[in-house]
Design a protein. Structure first.
Length: 240
């Protein structure tokens, strides 16, 4: 196996490791995102409940204003009763007072229902906030634990990236470009072993001459079927 092929094989091992590290890191980041989404959902539920409280309180305020207005109307009508001289007018004003009192009774009932609903919502908010506090503590703890794992991964990634940079410098840019394109095209597998006359990348039989050339060739040899770069597993393929 030629030197370039040894470097490429080792480079692919590093890249596979980096792919795994980065995939694991993305998984941890998704876990954190899920934790944050869950927390935001509970915050949203608290906000929604509080908005509902505000709306009901505003509705209650309008009812109270209407109550005050009807009470004033009754007071004025009762004052008018003292000065009324005809039975017909007296009955008309009395009827207005009765109608106003009926409206007041309805408004008071509606206002009471608003008070009950506000109390229910505040109790619900209190319960959700208690759960939210526990969730925030758990989320902070889990996030911290995951961040620790990410930091360890990033340290490993940094080591592999440093080693990769050193190896890349020893390759001609055109060869590195060829390797990179093959990895992109062949699901991350640009360099593969040939064994027993076959390419282990596509599992196709190699032409006998191509396979035989691998035993002594210094130049790169590609599989005629999948175009991956081929190597034979030999004892001297360690890079010093």
């Amino acid at each position: 196996m030629g030197y370039n092929m040894k470097v490429l094989e080792k480079l692919q091992q590093i890249d596979h490791g980096l792919d795994a590290w980065c995939g694991e890191k993305e998984g941890f980041l998704r876990e954190i995102a899920v934790l944050q989404e869950r927390l935001e959902a509970v915050h949203g539920a608290v906000s929604a409940k509080q908005n509902e409280v505000n709306e009901v309180e505003q509705e209650k305020k309008v009812l109270e204003e209407n109550l005050a207005e009807e009470s004033d109307n009754i007071a004025r009508s009762e004052v008018r009763l003292k000065d009324i001289k005809t039975q017909k007018e007296y009955q008309a004003v009395s009827k207005e007072i009765s109608a106003a009192k009926k409206i007041i009774a309805e408004l008071e009932e509606q206002s009471l229902q608003k008070v009950i609903r506000i109390d229910e919502l505040k109790a619900e908010i209190e319960t959700v906030q208690e759960n939210l506090k526990l969730l925030e503590e758990n989320t902070a703890s889990q996030t911290s634990e995951i961040q620790g794992k990410i930091e360890k991964l990033e340290a490993s990634i940094g080591v592999d990236m440093a080693e990769r940079e050193m190896m890349v410098k020893s390759l001609h840019p055109s060869l590195l470009n060829r390797y990179t394109k093959l990895r992109e095209k062949r699901q991350g597998l640009a360099v593969v072993e040939a064994r027993n006359g076959s390419c282990l990348g596509c599992n196709m039989n190699l032409p006998p001459q191509v396979y035989n050339n691998l035993f002594h060739a210094e130049d790169l040899i590609a599989c005629p079927h999948c175009q991956r770069l081929l190597f034979l597993r030999q004892q001297d393929n360690d890079i010093n």
